[in-house]
Every structure is written in C-alpha cells, then in structure tokens.
Design a protein around this ligand. Structure first.
Ligand SMILES: NC(=O)c1ccc[n+]([C@@H]2O[C@H](COP(=O)([O-])OP(=O)(O)OC[C@H]3O[C@@H](n4cnc5c(N)ncnc54)[C@H](OP(=O)(O)O)[C@@H]3O)[C@@H](O)[C@H]2O)c1
Length: 268
C-alpha cells in the first residue's frame, strides 16, 4: 500500500467521555486523527463521538467498556483487530479517584482502581506497543499524576498506581524508542475536572487562585510532550517547585495534619 492509500491514522483515547480525556480527543480530532473513544458510560461516549464527528469531520466511534475488568485490554485489542483499526496514538487516560484509609475502603473499589490504572494500561501498552513497534511508528501517552511522588494517607492506592504508571512508562519509553514508538508519562497537579467531585464553584475558585489547571491546557501540554518524544512531563511551573517539597514532609508532620484535618473523614 503506498502512502496515498494509507488510512487516516487512528487515536484511541480511554476515558474520553469527560475532563482531560475529552480534551485529548478534541485536540487529536483537530489534528485530523480518526478516533476510537472508550469509557464506561454508553450514552455519554456515543454523544461525544457524535459531537467530534460533526465538529471535525473525522471518523469517531464511541465504545462502552469497563476498563477495570481483568480481560479489558485483551478484548479491546481484539476489537480493534476485528475492525481493522491501526492505532497510531494510544492515550491511556481513564482513571478514578477516592480518598480514604486503605482499611476503610471497600475491597472491590481498590481492585477496580488497580485493574483500571495498572493491569489494563500495562496490557494495552503490551499489545498496542507491539503492533506499533512492528509498524515502526506510534505514540503512547499514560496519565500518571504528581501524586506519584506523594505517599500520603488517604491516597495510598491512587498514589501507588500513579507511581507505577510513571516508572513503567519511563522504562518502556527506552524499550520502544529505537523502534519509532514514543511513550510519555504525564504527571499533572490538580486539574479542574469532576475527578474529585469538586463543585463548579470550587473548580472556578481553584482556577482563579491558580491551584487548578484547565483540562484543555493540560491536554495540550500532554500531547505536545508526546509528539516531541519526551519521556515524562509535569505541566505547570508551581508543580515543579511543589514536588520536591512534598517528598521532604516528615512523617510526624503528616500524622499531625491527618489527626487535625477536618476534611479527612469527609464523605465517609
Ligand atoms: N483531575 C486531576 O486533577 C488529575 C490530576 C492528575 C492526574 N489525573 C488523571 O487524569 C485522568 C483523567 O482524569 P479526569 O480528571 O479527566 O477525570 P474525569 O473527568 O473523572 O474522567 C475520568 C474518565 O475515566 C473514565 N473511566 C472511569 N472509570 C472507567 C472504567 N472502569 N472503564 C472505562 N472508563 C472509565 C470516565 O468515564 P465514565 O465515567 O464515562 O466511565 C471518564 O471518561 C485520570 O487518569 C486521572 O487519574 C487527573
């Protein structure tokens, strides 16, 4: 097949129904990519696909899948093979958040988070990474978080899974680089989305105070880093300052804050 006959390159974005994933999908459509959008909410993902098709004139399919399930990566990869899709860009963005002590958390909730952030992302990178390597071209963006360097109470599982994603991505970046495949870990600070169930009021306040970043800005920076072949990116100058400081907070102080903090038992 010559270059003119090649199909439009396809981007697969997980968690594209809202927040940062939705913005990744929009920006990739703007760049001319066809889209395969995945989330766990059928109507919403179909609606997003319809909207992007209409707005950018690209092919966009919405697929409802629970990516926390053990066979999610196998079944998604198989689906793309059956459809004849060649995934050039894989954005592993789907994620969940909860704040609680490990021993107070429902065990299924923990399993779902580990399944979604660790098992599925690892296997999607395995399958799509191999296909990209064989073609000599591809891009994989994995959403880690600044919390990867913050082993704090309440976010033990979240921070640990994001730390896994960061280290894993950095390692496979160098495994795949010489085969024309770029892998980037994106490690944002706080972004104004519904991930933490913050009300619109607090999201707007966070944006005004500069504590939160707009999801479209974050997505733009993430994709820029991906296409520039960067191994890891932490968008936002303040976050660069905050990250080394967070690692220095002594355990004694962390326990004191935990005992005093009113928010700690919020929502239980
Ligand atoms: N917001 C932040 O401050 C922040 C900071 C650092 C890192 N991150 C990371 O950025 C990523 C995107 O988060 P966001 O802030 O944009 O949150 P969001 O708006 O809540 O988006 C999360 C996305 O993941 C999807 N999802 C959740 N569980 C799923 C499952 N079991 N199967 C398939 N899809 C699932 C959701 O779709 P449905 O609900 O429709 O299934 C939604 O599209 C996450 O990995 C998060 O950890 C966010």
């Amino acid at each position: 097949m010559n270059a003119q006959q090649r199909p439009t390159p396809l981007a697969l974005v997980t968690g594209a129904s809202s927040g940062i994933g939705y913005q990744y999908a929009r920006l990739l459509a703007e760049k001319g990519y066809d889209l395969l959008l995945v989330s766990n909410e059928e109507l919403r993902i179909a609606e997003v696909a319809r909207e992007l098709r209409r707005q950018f004139g690209v092919r966009a399919d919405g697929l409802c899948r629970d990516l926390s399930l053990a066979d999610a990566a196998d079944s998604l990869f198989e689906y793309t093979r059956q459809q004849g899709f060649e995934v050039e860009v894989l954005v592993n963005n789907a994620g969940v958040f909860f704040f609680d002590d490990l021993t107070e958390t429902d065990s299924r909730r923990i399993e779902r988070m580990i399944g979604l952030h660790v098992q599925t992302v690892t296997m999607l990178c395995r399958y799509f990474g191999a296909a990209m390597k064989a073609r000599g071209k591809g891009y994989i963006l994995n959403m880690s978080s600044m919390s990867a360097g913050m082993p704090f109470p309440g976010i033990s599982v979240y921070a640990a899974t994001k730390s896994y994603l960061k280290q894993f991505s950095k390692a496979i970046h160098n495994e795949l680089y010489d085969y024309g495949v770029r892998v980037t870990a994106v490690c944002p600070g706080a972004v104004a989305t519904d991930l933490y169930n913050l009300s619109g009021h607090y999201q707007r306040l966070g944006l005004r105070l500069g504590i939160l970043m707009r999801p479209e800005r974050l997505a733009r920076k993430g994709l820029r880093a991906l296409f520039a072949g960067r191994r890891c990116v932490t968008p936002g100058a303040v976050n660069h300052l905050f990250m080394p400081l967070a690692a220095l907070v002594p355990s004694r102080l962390i326990r004191l804050i935990k005992r005093r903090a009113k928010f700690y038992r919020y929502g239980r």
